[in-house]
Ligand binder design. Sequence first.
Ligand SMILES: NC(=O)c1ccc[n+]([C@@H]2O[C@H](COP(=O)([O-])OP(=O)(O)OC[C@H]3O[C@@H](n4cnc5c(N)ncnc54)[C@H](O)[C@@H]3O)[C@@H](O)[C@H]2O)c1
Ligand SMILES: [Zn+2]
Length: 361
Amino acid sequence: MKGSVTVAATRPYEVCVEPALDLGQAVSGALEPSTAVVLTDSNVGPLYASSVVEALEEVGWALTEVVTVPAGEGSKSLSVYEGVVRRLAAAGLSRGGTLFALGGGVVGDLGGFVASSYMRGINFVQLPTSLLAMVDSSVGGKVGLDLPEGKNLIGAFLQPHLVAAKLDWLDTLPPREVSHGLAEVVKMGLLTGSEFSDDLKYLTDARTGDKGALQTLILHSVRAKAAVVAEDEKESGLRAILNYGHTVAHGLETAAGYDLPHGEAVAAGMLAAAHLSKELLGTDLLATHEDLLDAAGLPLRVPAVDVESALKAMGRDKKRRSSDRAHTYRFVLLKDVGRPERDVPVGVEEARRAIGAVLGP
Ligand SMILES: NC(=O)c1ccc[n+]([C@@H]2O[C@H](COP(=O)([O-])OP(=O)(O)OC[C@H]3O[C@@H](n4cnc5c(N)ncnc54)[C@H](O)[C@@H]3O)[C@@H](O)[C@H]2O)c1
Ligand SMILES: [Zn+2]
């Protein structure tokens, strides 16, 4: 099952998605062998780092170091970043070196920020091992770190030279993490429509690990994200449609003190958006959302949070346009499946009701 998508960024790159991907071959198609460092986390490293190192060495790469950071969002921090760049410096990695990020979105975002800044930029390859990283974070070139003041407040745009996703890596991903990745697949499918939304019928198979279903849905998602990224590489407008479900999701995550998994917040955020689409655009896609999220194994409600805190946090979303008046939010809503509408003004009262509709048992 061969599968790849070309991302038409300023410097185009391939995203390869295959069950038993030949990593050496995929990498050889993108970069001349040189010196490299593999960055991974404490869950993924013990499972896959040695086979990745072996595959790279077989095609002529010299691996100077495998750097392992603790698993979890906490590694997208300045202190972990400092530790990683100092390891690269101590290993003598030069300007022509390459960083391979083997892991989920945390390792990808951290690794990309390291690669964008170490010696003003070295080569970067994403080896995504979580479903979320395969369908979303490894594609598009947004890399960065969190601050105690907020998520993703430090960052850069760095398009990788290659994204190589071996589907067999997903065999060890906890089922809950699979569902979280599927939340972004549902989002992309609803935004894209046509063949992609039809193929959302494979969600249940994908959730239970069927490689054909996973490959189909991942390739659709990558293709859809790649199309948006190619139009708007630096997020000046169009790319905002990828925020579907995310305005409320950010509010819920902040109000829950980041106790709420992102995928579950996005699921609730999309349902809230569906309530708003019904109220403001006269489009009733509530049952469609519920069926898809259910098939993906996602809850349709999130535990109650303080709605006022969520509303306040939504107002502070850095993606919100600074010209907005204080009491109007801007939402991405759906006129229909495959027909997103950006910048729909939503009043505080409407937003409050939509959030209320997705809270509770
Ligand atoms: N750059 C972007 O455009 C973008 C887009 C979306 C999300 N993100 C970022 O991505 C991050 C979330 O990514 P994530 O959900 O992959 O989180 P993650 O990297 O923390 O991975 C989730 C968990 O799964 C484990 N894991 C990963 N692959 C595994 C495997 N194959 N087998 C066993 N365990 C495995 C990890 O160790 C971790 O415990 C957030 O920091 C978010 O901000 C970035
Ligand atoms: Zn998301």
